[in-house]
Design a protein around this ligand. Structure first.
Ligand code: IPE
Ligand code: IPE
Ligand code: MG
Length: 250
């Protein structure tokens, strides 16, 4: 197998494990979310350093509204505070921020925060950071289908794909989930079709530069076949020559 030594153009991350990180330290869950912002800052910096083009992170799911009301309001508040604090540095580092998800249902304060962050970073070109907030993969497919139907277009993969909330970027090459769970939890259902998956047992606040490099290295050892055979991808070589014919049974 030929190792794929390229850096993934688009990395997507389910940033999971904040609550457990805090609970293990006898801290309130929101302390874990606050540490999670620090982990995201580090991760963005590493992606800039490694020349990743797009980073998409899952920050708040459609289902996270079902959490206790005080945790939900702390998460909303944390987003607004973090944007205020982080946007100046993101601007300096050439990071463009875009929020992906349902805006209806967010408070005016949060909506304003998102819009300001987007417009302040609109000209940045080094890294595109998509923050999935009030996002669900099912929401995305449904809103895309509604858009296509509303335009009177046929429901084809191409038309749906162009109507999806992440149509502005190529599909993710690598999807990482921290926190030890091995599930997708309604993240990028459509766009994950051919992503390489990497599950880390590290809790999100502990996910550092070395952990991201480990995920990238694992990605580089995957063979992406997109439905083809290994020799189609690599050219006829070691795979076919070294495989012995199956022994015939009488
Ligand atoms: C992920 O961490 C952050 C959000 C979902 C907002 P969690 O809060 O899910 O942390 P755990 O999974 O409970 O440890
Ligand atoms: C997924 O994590 C959502 C985010 C990281 C924002 P959850 O913690 O909400 O997922 P489940 O509930 O364990 O599947
Ligand atoms: Mg979780």
């Amino acid at each position: 197998m030929t190792a794929n030594l390229s850096i993934p153009r688009h990395i997507a991350i389910v940033m999971d494990g904040n609550g457990r990180w805090a609970t293990r330290r006898f801290l309130p869950r929101v302390a874990g979310h606050s540490q999670g912002v620090d982990a995201l800052r580090r991760c963005v910096k590493t992606c800039v350093d490694r020349d990743v083009e797009v980073l998409t992170v899952f920050a708040f799911s459609s289902e996270n509204w079902n959490r206790p009301a005080d945790e939900v309001s702390c998460l909303m508040e944390l987003l607004v505070l973090a944007l205020g604090r982080e946007v100046p540095q993101l601007r300096q580092d050439g990071v463009r921020l875009l929020f992906v998800g349902e805006r209806a249902g967010l408070s005016e304060r949060v909506t304003l925060g998102l819009e300001q962050a987007e417009s302040l970073t609109a000209d940045n070109k080094r890294l595109l950071l998509n923050i999935c907030f009030n996002y669900g993969g099912r929401w995305d497919i449904a809103q895309a289908a509604a858009k296509v139907a509303g335009q009177g277009l046929p429901v084809t993969e191409k038309n749906l794909g162009e109507a999806m909330a992440l149509a502005h970027v190529p599909d993710p090459d690598l999807i990482i989930r921290t926190g030890g769970e091995q599930r997708i939890s309604n993240f990028l259902l459509w766009q994950a079709a051919y992503a390489e998956l990497f599950f880390s047992s590290k809790l999100w606040p502990e996910f550092d530069e070395a952990a991201l490099d480990e995920a990238i290295a694992a990605y580089q050892h995957r063979e992406r076949r997109f439905g083809q055979t290994s020799s189609q991808v690599n050219g006829p070589g070691i795979n076919e020559k070294t495989v012995l014919p199956l022994r015939q049974t009488a």
